[in-house]
Design a protein around this ligand. Structure first.
Ligand SMILES: Cc1ncc(COP(=O)(O)O)c(C=O)c1O
Length: 489
């Protein structure tokens, strides 16, 4: 590594130690260090980079977790012998930039239904890991609420959400750099409902909605159910939506709204640079196009420390509708989310009231109590570290078990991993074969309105990485290799 360890400033969402780790991983992937080779000692690298010993120790620790390096006691760190270096990352996507009707819901429902089968090893999920949720603490809050407010389920409660929960949401939003007033906050039945309500408030059937490509299948389902069209914008798996392409699309098409996941996007795990966030907000404001910011995974960044500010932090005219939920952080079963809808708050509130009268109160009060205790940040720090480590283990297993030519995204956070198999391998066929082997995953076709990502799949990384998981990934890799061999035969 010459200037070798030159730190890619572009990756500013990463911490210093992660950037050092990424640079070394890239150097290894590029063949600059071969398996079994000793890498510079911690002290030597710290001296060369002018950083602390603990920063390099953390970087090496991350690479050991990913299987890229091996630590040999009394000897130092070596490039892993078994691990083919971490797989290269996918390139920026190149969808056709034109509005298209969406018809993914049948396949999505089939995959979701299949994933519910308890006999399957489910690598198609994106939910939080049960062992990384504070369920016992929240259960205690629920019990106290039931004891103290037994009448709460006997009424249609506050139509826009309980004041104590809205106050906590205001506090959480502040942590994402957003100053929202409690009256701007609307409690929803999850982020999916939030995004759907925003789409309904902003656009009509036939209207065009710009989205990242690939994008979360739930967003495509919402667009499909509302008879709108998706306009997919090229997206980089690490830095997110390409603003040049979006700007061109804005000039060419009558876009009504834009749905973007700037932080830890599902499925690719991208995280936009801070300057790009500001540019995105300003670009859309200039065109008077509202931005629906899906922040469902925003609190699950792998890097320790504060999360990046949401795009809404740069919102000057109320044009950003920030949607999030507690599904990934506290548990999906509470079905609680929220929207800070800026200048559209009134319209979104009306739609919410007309569609479900009021959000369920018991769990709102319980979650508000849990948040008021102040242990959320501690819980989150533990969960984020767990997800980072588990994601790295899955990425290393994919690099090891999947056919040569496989590309693996480098998510900045979240619970999923985007994988692209060599061109020509069809993951819908792989999906059916894997099903026979009792393994499920989310095929790439779910994440686009176009005929794209047929060689891609999304894997679930949140569960504790164990023998069963490793075997399932090895089996998937073998099935993919078989398909590859059949294609050449
Ligand atoms: C990006 C994104 N948005 C929205 C959702 C839906 O979240 P909720 O369960 O809060 O409705 C998910 C869930 O996986 C997600 O990943």
């Amino acid at each position: 590594m010459a200037d070798d360890c030159a730190i890619a400033l572009g990756q500013s969402h990463l911490n210093l130690y992660q950037r050092i780790a990424e640079d070394l991983a890239t150097a290894i992937a590029n063949g600059e260090h071969v398996p079994g080779e000793r890498v510079p000692s911690v002290r030597e690298l710290a001296r060369r980079l002018g950083v602390s010993i603990s920063t390099v120790t953390q970087a090496y620790g991350l690479l050991v977790d990913r299987g890229v390096l091996e630590a040999r006691p009394q000897s130092g760190y070596y490039v892993g012998l078994r691990a083919r270096a971490s797989a290269p990352e996918p390139s920026k996507s190149r969808p056709a930039v034109q509005p298209m009707p969406v018809s993914t819901s049948a396949l999505t429902l089939e995959v979701l239904a299949g994933a519910g089968d308890p006999g399957l090893i489910n690598l198609g999920n994106a939910v939080a890991a049960p062992d990384l949720l504070p369920t016992a603490s929240i259960n205690r809050c629920l019990m106290s609420v039931i004891r103290e407010m037994p009448e709460l389920s006997a009424v249609y409660d506050a139509p826009f959400g309980r004041p104590e929960l809205r106050a906590q949401v205001v506090r959480l939003a502040h942590g994402a750099g957003v100053r929202a007033a409690p009256e701007e906050v609307l409690i929803t039945g999850g982020c999916q409902e939030g995004v759907t309500l925003c789409l309904r408030a902003l656009a009509r059937p036939g209207d065009t909605i710009a989205v990242e490509s690939p994008t979360f299948f739930g967003t495509l389902q919402a667009i499909e159910s509302l008879g709108m069209h998706a306009l997919e914008i090229p997206t980089h798996p690490r830095t997110g939506i390409c603003l040049d392409a979006l700007e061109q699309a804005l000039a060419q098409w009558p876009i009504r709204a834009c749905v973007v996941m700037p932080t830890n996007a599902n499925p690719v795990g991208s995280c936009m640079e801070l300057a790009e966030r500001q540019k995105l907000v300003e670009l859309l404001a200039r065109h008077e196009i509202p931005l629906i910011e899906d922040d469902a995974c925003g609190d699950l960044g792998f890097a320790p420390g504060p999360r990046p500010p949401a795009c809404k932090a740069w919102d000057r005219d109320g044009g950003v509708l920030l949607c999030s939920s507690f599904s990934k952080t506290l548990g999906p079963g509470y079905r609680l989310g929220w929207i800070a809808a800026g200048r559209f708050a009134e319209r979104v509130r009306h739609l919410k009231q007309m569609s479900s009268f009021a959000p369920a109160p018991l769990q709102q009060v319980a979650i508000a109590r849990f948040l008021a205790r102040g242990s959320y940040d501690r819980h989150l720090a533990r969960a984020r570290a767990g997800y980072a480590q588990r994601s790295a283990r899955v990425a290393a297993a994919v690099a090891q078990h999947f056919p040569a030519g496989t590309r693996v995204a480098q998510p900045a956070g979240g619970t999923v991993l985007w994988v692209e198999l060599p061109e020509g391998l069809d993951t819908l066929t792989l999906y059916r074969r894997a099903h026979e082997a009792r393994i499920s995953f989310a095929p790439g076709a779910l994440f686009t309105a176009q005929k794209r990502y047929r060689n891609a799949l999304r894997l679930y990384t949140a569960p504790r990485f164990d023998e069963r998981m490793d075997t399932a990934l090895r089996t998937l890799g073998l099935l993919a290799q078989q398909m590859q061999d059949e294609a050449v035969a």
